[in-house]
Design a protein around this ligand. Structure first.
Ligand code: NAD
Length: 273
């Protein structure tokens, strides 16, 4: 069900399906969306300092009345805060905005050249001090991970990357599996752009499900952690109703074959923010 879990390499358990809040406006839109998500069963929330909605996420958590230990909250250190001391400070500021005493997962948002290894040392420090339950990265290619391994002590538990049938990242997935790093998909619906894709639509119709549900199901069956976003209450619920059907091997293969290594978002080797 919507609270199905995966176990990270440090033993921490995390829901495989979570709720993402990129581009959800801080204030009431965030509070209402996150409350709706918690109501329909999501227990993992993915935010970031740069989304400017951590306060709203915190308010929704408090108003939901759900015990803190039943939730899995992720945030990310933004690029301008990277570096050792500034990351330690950024973490405290995220906690303060969320009104939480700890995060379940803290991620390096993007692999900022010349900085991400120092940022990672700060995450290791937070982890060893018991301030965060697990640490990971986002938007890291294989070469970024190799660089990190060569310069650090702990391995990330997760790499959160843009991933959907048009960008299926087989090489990265194989590499991460070998190193016991879970892959987490952002933009699993192609940021909305894959909803009309004919192959997906056809498969969805056969199951009496929606394209969004087929996309989320494809991630789940590939053992990928997935965090679709919506601010529409009916869609928040729809995106969680993905545990009552199964894609056949043939359907999985058809969806796999849609890969074009095509990004909708920025390239981790070439971003300037
Ligand atoms: P997504 O693939 O989840 O797409 C969201 C969009 O799809 C919505 O805005 C809406 O237009 C559409 N949609 C959602 N549900 C639908 C439904 N049932 N039917 C039809 N259309 C639907 O894209 P995303 O929000 O970019 O990614 C998900 C989460 O991943 C984010 O909210 C954020 O938490 C995270 N993320 C992380 C990074 C990163 O750099 N680490 C970058 C982008 C997003």
């Amino acid at each position: 069900n919507v609270q199905d879990i995966v176990t990270l390499h440090n033993g921490v358990k995390m829901p495989q399906l979570g709720f993402g809040v990129f581009k959800v406006e801080g204030g009431s839109q965030t509070v209402e969306s996150v409350k709706k998500a918690l109501e329909v069963g999501y227990r993992a929330i993915d935010t970031a300092a740069v989304y400017k909605n951590e306060e709203g996420v915190g308010q929704a958590i408090r108003e939901s009345g759900i015990p803190r230990e039943d939730l899995f909250i992720t945030s990310k250190v933004w690029n301008s805060d990277q570096g050792y001391e500034s990351t330690l400070k950024a973490y405290e500021e995220s906690l303060k905005r969320l009104g939480l005493e700890y995060l379940d997962l803290y991620l390096i948002h993007w692999p900022v050249k010349g900085k991400f290894n120092d940022t990672w040392r700060a995450l290791e420090k937070l982890y060893k001090d018991g301030k965060v339950r697990s640490i990971g990265v986002s938007n890291f290619h294989v070469h970024h991970l190799e660089d990190l391994f060569a310069n650090s002590e702990l391995k990330p538990v997760i790499d959160q990357v843009e991933l959907h049938p048009r960008l299926s990242h087989q090489e990265l997935r194989d590499f991460c599996q070998k190193h016991e790093i879970k892959v987490e998909a952002w933009g699993p619906l192609g940021q909305g752009k894959l909803i009309e894709e004919p192959t997906l639509k056809h498969i969805a119709d056969k199951h009496g499900k929606t394209t969004a549900q087929v996309l989320i199901r494809w991630h789940l069956q590939h053992d990928i952690v997935v965090i679709p976003k919506s601010v529409t209450p009916s869609r928040i619920e729809e995106n969680a109703q993905v545990f009552d059907f199964e894609l056949s091997l043939d359907e999985m293969n058809q969806i796999d074959s849609l890969n074009l290594n095509e990004r909708f978002g920025a390239d981790p080797d070439n971003f300037n923010f």
